[in-house]
Structures are given as C-alpha cells and as structure tokens.
Design a protein around this ligand. Structure first.
Ligand code: ADP
Length: 300
C-alpha cells in the first residue's frame, strides 16, 4: 500500500507554515478559545503572518471572538480562502459554513475527522509564521486526528488552558498525559480566570460614589484620593473566585513536569473584548488581563 494521498496533500499544504501550535483544555468554558484568539491577535500585532484554525466543530466560537460573525468562506483555484481580520491574520472555522448559527452540529467522529482533514488539506493559507489551532475540549477523536495529521508535517507543541480549581486540573493532567502519549510537546499551561482583579478606580470607589448608601462620604474620599494620592486608585483588588488552595496550575505543572506559563485573571473587560471580537492588546481598559496575556506569550 502506497502513502496516504490525503496525508501527502496535507504535508504539501503545510510546507508553507513555519510553526504550528495547538491550544487544548480538559474542560469547556475555561477560556481556551479566548486564549487562542488573543494569541492570534498578539502574534499578528507583532507583524507575523498568522492563521487561526478553529476545529471545535460542535461549538465554534472563534468567528465571534475575531469579529467575523456571518462571514462566508470563498473558494478559489488555490483552495478555500480563510476569512481575514487583517491582511496578516486569517481565520478558518466551521462557523463560517453553517447556514444557521443556532443549529446544532450533530456529527459522528468520522465526519468530524473528514472536515479536519479537509481544513488542513484544502485551506490556502499562503506563507504563515504561525498556525494556531483551537481544539475542542477533552481528548476525543478530533484530537487524535489533528495530532496525527499535523505530526506528519511537524508540530511545535500544545498550550493547555485551565482554571485554578481541582475539577479542572484533574482534566488537565489527562490532557498532559494525552500529549505525552502521542508525542506532542507541552509548551506550557495557562491558568485562566485566576481571581477577579480590578483596579479600585474601575470598580469599588466609582460604584460606591455613584450608587452606594454613603454616597456623599464616598465621593468625598474619592475626591481626596484623586487629589492627594491618585496612585492608590491604580491598586488592583483581587478576589479568588475559584478554589486554588491545592496550589493551582503552578503546583500541578511542577508535579507533572511541564512548564507553567502564568495566570490570567478574570477581567470583565477581556470578556467584553472577546464578545465584541476585539484584541485586548489594543484596548487600554484591559489593564489587568492584557499584560498577563502578553507575559505568557513572551514566554513561548
Ligand atoms: P472555552 O474555549 O474553554 O470553552 P471560552 O474562551 O469560550 O472558553 O471562554 C468562555 C467565556 O469566558 C467567554 O465568554 C469568554 O469571553 C470568557 N472569558 C474567558 N477568559 C476570561 C477572563 N480571563 N476574564 C473574563 N472573561 C473570560
């Protein structure tokens, strides 16, 4: 039996892509797509040529997070054209192919694998510095397929996203074990939603001064602070939302021997940027999350 022609086509197509990074999570809702989207925005802002491939077939949230809802994919003689946010940031997702975004995608494994194969074989990315692949949560058929196909062309490794509490970390251990078994390097783990952190100026004082019971007194305190010690208003107040008494992702990374990339706090402004399909790095209101994400990307 000769070599698989599909695999040969993938290898040929991926020959113009320098680096391929998978973004994984054990559970859904931990911020995997947010990290994928913001990583793509950050790399594009650094003038790299970037592709973002969403293979979360049952829950594609990448089109919305990149501000591309309702866009269509076009076909040329070179293949499927990605949808471009900017000339150096192209996106491909099943979300662009669904006639009705509210319709559930109920596909069995082989059909999902077929689409992943087609994404890798038929999308014309051109020359790319980075291809970021947003995978579904867990370790299912789609993961085995993407790893198998990408490994034929070389894969740099995986970033795993988690929240700090045990229920999420248990699943991350499985994700790490999956990577080890299939021979994908874990580039590192991101602890997302670690604490709700807000500058005092954004929240406590402002809200109390506007709506609180002791409105006059709070307004007076706020005024005094603005005049005499404005730096106090830049202090950040953090509340642990999820239980991280077990040491969170940092401790787990130490135990399983993979790099810990850092923490990203819960930031309502990051959520807003994601909802509106914007980069948090271009938004001065993402004062808490953008530097955290930037620090993580610099470690890669
Ligand atoms: P996943 O891909 O793991 O299912 P998402 O990236 O879709 O998770 O994130 C789930 C929701 O949480 C989204 O609405 C997203 O905007 C929000 N979110 C993710 N990370 C943060 C954060 N650090 N601060 C605030 N909201 C966040």
């Amino acid at each position: 039996k000769g070599p698989d022609p599909d695999l040969l086509a993938i290898v040929e197509r991926m020959a113009t892509v320098k680096h391929k990074i998978l973004v994984l999570s054990g559970k859904g809702g931990v911020g995997k797509s947010t990290v994928s989207a913001q990583l793509a925005f950050a790399l594009a802002a650094m003038d790299f040529q970037v592709g973002l491939l969403d293979i979360d077939i049952c829950g594609p949230s990448i089109p919305k997070m990149l501000g591309l809802e309702g866009q269509d994919i076009h076909q040329s003689n070179l293949g499927w054209s990605p949808v471009y946010v900017e000339s150096n940031l192209g996106v491909m997702s099943i979300g662009f192919m669904l006639p009705d975004p509210d319709e559930a995608v109920i596909w069995r494994g082989p059909r999902k694998n077929g689409l992943i194969k087609q994404f890798l074989k038929d999308v014309y990315w051109g020359e790319l510095d980075f291809l970021v692949v947003d995978a579904p949560p867990g370790t299912s058929d789609e993961h085995i397929s993407i790893v198998q196909f990408l490994q034929a062309t070389g894969i740099d490794g995986a970033i795993i996203v988690t929240t700090p509490q045990q229920v999420s970390l248990i699943d991350v251990r499985k994700e790490v074990s999956f990577c080890k078994k299939v021979g994908v390097q874990v580039l590192g783990v991101v602890e997302n939603m670690s604490g709700l952190c807000q500058p005092l100026s954004d929240f406590t004082f402002m809200q109390m001064a506007e709506t609180g019971e002791h409105r006059d007194a709070t307004s007076w305190v706020l005024q005094c602070l603005r005049e005499k010690a404005p730096e106090v208003l830049n202090l950040v107040a953090c509340t642990e939302v999820f239980d991280s008494s077990g040491g969170g992702a940092a401790k787990m990374c130490e135990e399983v021997g993979v790099p810990f990339l850092g923490k990203v706090p819960l930031d309502p402004q990051l959520c807003k940027a994601a909802e509106e399909g914007r980069s948090c790095f271009a938004d001065h209101r993402c004062r808490v999350s953008a530097p955290a994400l930037k620090g993580i990307i610099e470690k890669l």
